[in-house]
Design a protein around this ligand. Structure first.
Ligand code: NAD
Ligand code: DAU
Length: 332
């Protein structure tokens, strides 16, 4: 049995990962989470107390995180400011958490020789043209567009430097867009589902031609666990499930699955610097480690996600009003 320190374990993917680890292994999990607007302890309710310890704290606070890293066999680092739109309006917390926070954890991992897995994003590679047959691979040059993605790129580069210069036993994964339960209502898919549930029209940025490569959060969790257990130290693995869809098609599918007319949405102001298309080639992860996605049919995964939001209004309702008030300020 191993002791995992999971940062950001009260967030969307972090909490899905904690559920996955507790359901599929004997590991003990300690969650370190600042409980920002994006963190929610309710996402961890129902898990056995004997397997889970929750610590409220900031990854950038090196004094308090040092002991936690010392006590862990491995750190899985999810904690981040994660939303592009917020980063365009106030980049400062993104630099603090994503760069300074990752630095503090890496220093602790170096001191205590703790195995480290860094959870990152495909957005570090910038974007691809809509008609381009290319997909991102592990050797695609970094070219981030937003304050969010540039801070994630910075943290990836810190990890690489700490591997090479200090011998930290680290791996990195860069994943595409996740969907599934426990995702904050600021994000594209839950925003539109909860809008329909509240009688608000879904909001599509610009023309909605931008493409995202969707993967279910549980497939992401399984991949991270596999890389933690079997990944080659110092290596990067791309995670994706061949789920490219343009935003307009996703909104239309949500409307269809929720029994609404296909055109019952609004076009709103486009995102500044909006990345056109992301697409992942995950051959390395599949060929070297044997990972395969379980959720291969986006429509049925989306239908299950819609059901989850329909049945968990108590989970998302407290954040809905403030989120839409912020979008109204952004004009979106
Ligand atoms: P999220 O915003 O839902 O959750 C982030 C969590 O981190 C929250 O619980 C928050 O309270 C916590 N946190 C924020 N600042 C902290 C700090 N200073 N100290 C401790 N905890 C802090 O994010 P998410 O969508 O679950 O993303 C998790 C990770 O996965 C991020 O590193 C993100 O870059 C990466 N990622 C996300 C996606 C996606 O589609 N959402 C895709 C690829 C990679
Ligand atoms: O690719 C991985 C990244 O995916 C992660 O690193 C980020 O943490 C995660 O937030 C996500 O980034 P995106 O910016 O792609 O996700 P978001 O849900 O914000 O938007 C998805 C797409 O939908 C994007 O093209 C913008 C568009 N959009 C978004 C919202 C909130 C809309 O059209 N309408 C909306 O209301």
């Amino acid at each position: 049995m191993a002791r995992l320190l999971v940062t950001g374990g009260a967030g969307f993917i972090g909490s899905n990962f904690v559920h996955h680890v507790i359901n599929h292994t004997d590991h003990h999990v300690t969650v370190l989470d600042k409980l920002t607007y994006a963190g929610n302890r309710a996402s961890l309710v129902g898990l056995p107390q004997s397997r889970l310890t929750f610590i409220e704290g900031d990854v950038a606070d090196s004094l308090s995180t040092d002991d936690l890293v010392a006590d862990a066999d491995a750190v899985v680092h999810f904690a981040a400011e994660s939303h592009n739109d917020n980063s365009l309006n106030d980049p400062s917390p993104f630099l603090q958490t994503n760069i300074v926070g990752s630095f503090a954890l890496l220093e602790a991992a170096r001191r205590h020789r703790t195995r480290f897995h860094h959870v990152s994003t495909d957005e570090v590679y910038g974007d691809l043209a809509l008609e381009d047959p290319m997909r991102f691979t592990e050797s695609t040059p970094y070219n981030p567009s937003s304050p969010y993605s540039s801070t994630k790129a910075a943290s990836d580069l810190l990890v690489r430097a700490w591997v090479r210069s200090f011998g930290v036993a680290a791996t990195i994964s860069n994943c595409s867009n996740n969907y599934g339960p426990y995702q904050h209502v600021e994000k594209f898919i839950p925003r539109q589902i909860t809008n329909v549930l509240r009688g608000i029209r879904p909001k599509l940025y610009g023309e909605g031609r931008n493409v995202r490569d969707w993967i279910h959060a549980d497939d992401h969790s399984a991949a991270v666990l596999m890389i933690l257990e079997k990944g080659r130290l110092g290596d990067t693995y791309l995670i994706g499930a061949d789920g490219e869809k343009d935003n307009k098609s996703v909104v239309e599918l949500i409307l269809h699955l929720m029994g609404q007319p296909a055109d019952a949405y609004d076009h709103v102001k486009d995102r500044v610097g909006h990345d056109l298309r992301y697409a992942i080639d995950s051959s390395k992860l599949r060929d070297e480690l044997g990972w395969q996605p379980i959720y291969r049919d986006f429509e049925s995964g989306l239908a299950a996600t819609i059901d989850w939001y329909r049945n968990h209004e108590d989970w998302w309702s407290p954040s809905k009003h403030a989120t839409e008030a912020l979008y109204a300020q952004y004009g979106q």
